[in-house]
Design a protein around this ligand. Structure first.
Ligand code: AHR
Length: 500
């Protein structure tokens, strides 16, 4: 059996958790919108065509903010096509995903859906084929009270009150050659600066997110962030990060070490933000919006064979297995460990498209990755404690040295609750853990939730939705201020402790 020690101190705080790190993402892509959150005529739909079963599951996940409408889609999007009387909305080609977009669902419907799902909207503007003028117009439509062309148009469309959207992405992955209207760092920096400036002139209460690199492997990574921020620093509040992982070589230890890569990615971007801050002698700190992260690879091959120019095809429909859930749990721990700088995170995406929730005409079900997200989102609120993990390590092919045990402690002072999230990545052996918690007097274990399965490739399907699901653990105890016990091999764990 392997052994690890968890060391913490209640005075050593990383930061309060910004609940927006538990955000997600709905793009006009595949069946995320159509048949996902919106399916008029379905027995599950409400009077507005919104799927109630999906809303229930999104509420269970407790997603405070949802990014919309893209993604690559937004870089060719005309938001005006998706507002007003449905019968008059034009069908358009979506070049990003080579499909037909009917525009039957648009920003007003999304704002309505988000309210029902207990989420706020994080809106992205098109800086691909459009620019600052259009961004100003959509903001006027969404947030201006009345008495102007676009605010009155919104009222005319039946939305008397402004949507009051506070978080705005200035484009999407603008460094990527696949992106409509992609730009050099210089060009994008200027576009983001002007767009951010005009938008904040209109509504100074909003926050803006500039595009960082599309992923860590982009050849321009680093210089992109440096140049872009060097230009638009004063007009933006956050810089975005995107990263997806996959187990393409069926090397599970390497795959599970991806969170080490994510950790280094975050640290690198923080360094660049702070370097630009220092060069400008600025008092302002740029925080991070990790607004696309997940596992994405299962559907790659199938997507290559899809028919083009159809409506809402089965695109990017990854069926997640148990090991994906372990990594998602570990990535959430990584986001928490960086709570001082990562203020927004979006699990990409939310329904049907690389998603924790799947739908069919006969129901909706939870994929494996649903569970670590659900528990971390519900109980990972409060303040992250600096958590030192003294764990045995292994050498991974891609990410170098990786600890077998990943973990973090979150202290919710108001609820008098201390929560440990931990993943034992060892495939062969259980992990014996100890943690001195004498500072947390009178705390007792409230629950130990375990996600484990003997088959790393086990999946949840519509016919068998409960194959991978959490169970109650009983292998950990808290006695005389010492937490000790066993975390099973390849398992995700949440140990929730409460003051009695
Ligand atoms: O989430 C799927 C796609 O991944 C998004 O549209 C894009 O931003 C990223 O490349």
């Amino acid at each position: 059996m392997k052994k690890a020690e968890i060391i913490t101190d209640k005075h050593f705080l990383v930061s309060e958790v910004d609940k927006r790190i538990y955000g997600s993402f709905i793009e006009h892509l595949g069946r995320a919108v159509y048949e996902g959150i919106y399916q008029p005529g379905s027995p599950f739909a409400d009077e507005q065509g919104l799927r109630k079963d999906v809303i229930e599951l999104v509420r269970e996940l407790q997603v405070p903010v949802v990014r919309y409408p893209g993604g690559n889609f937004v870089s060719g999007y005309h938001w005006e096509d998706g507002v007003g009387p449905k019968a008059e909305r034009p069908s358009k080609v979506d070049l990003a995903w080579q499909v037909i977009e009917t525009n039957e669902f648009g920003l007003n419907e999304f704002a309505t859906w988000a309210k029902k799902a207990n989420s706020d909207v994080m809106m992205a503007v098109n800086l691909g084929t459009r620019g600052a003028e259009d961004a100003k117009n959509i903001l006027e439509y969404c947030n201006f009270k009345e008495g102007t062309y676009y605010s009155d148009l919104r009222k005319q469309h039946g939305y008397k009150d402004p949507h009051n959207i506070k978080l705005w992405c200035l484009g999407n992955e603008m460094d990527g050659p696949w992106q409509m209207g992609h730009k050099t760092a210089q060009e994008y920096g200027r576009a983001a600066e002007e767009t951010g400036r005009l938008m904040k002139m209109m509504d100074p209460s909003i926050e803006t997110v500039a595009c960082g690199s599309s992923n860590l492997d982009m050849p321009t990574f680093g210089t992109w962030e440096d140049t872009v921020l060097g230009i638009c620093y004063d007009q933006v509040d956050y810089l975005s990060l995107h990263q997806y992982y996959g187990n393409r070589d069926n090397d599970t230890p390497d795959f599970l070490a991806s969170s080490v890569g994510m950790d280094e990615f975050i640290s690198s971007v923080v360094s660049i933000c702070d370097c630009v801050k220092a060069k400008r002698r600025s008092k302002k700190k740029i925080n991070l919006s990790f607004d696309e992260w997940n596992v994405w690879y299962h559907s790659n091959e199938a997507d290559e064979k899809l028919e083009k120019w159809v409506k809402a095809p089965h695109q990017l429909e990854d069926i997640y297995n148990f090991e994906d859930a372990l990594l998602v749990g570990s990535m959430l721990i990584t986001l928490l460990r960086h709570a001082d700088r990562v203020k927004i995170g979006c699990l990409a995406q939310l329904v049907n498209v690389i998603a924790p929730i799947m739908t069919s005409d006969t129901g909706a079900w939870r994929q494996t990755i649903f569970y670590p997200f659900r528990y971390t989102s519900q109980y990972g609120r409060g303040t992250v404690l600096h958590t030192v993990i003294k764990s045995p390590v292994y050498e991974s092919k891609t990410y170098g040295t990786a600890p077998y045990l990943d973990g973090v402690l979150v202290w919710n002072e108001a609820e008098e609750e201390l929560v440990l999230f931990a993943v034992n990545k060892c495939l062969e052996e259980d992990m014996e853990i100890t943690c001195d918690l004498r500072q947390f007097e009178k705390f007792q274990i409230e629950e130990h939730v375990v996600l484990s399965h003997q088959d790393m490739k086990a999946v949840n399907t519509e016919k068998n939705p409960g194959e991978v699901s959490p169970t109650a653990g009983n292998t950990v105890k808290l006695e005389a201020g010492k937490l000790s016990g066993i975390l099973g091999k390849h398992s995700w764990n949440m140990v929730r402790m409460k003051r009695k």
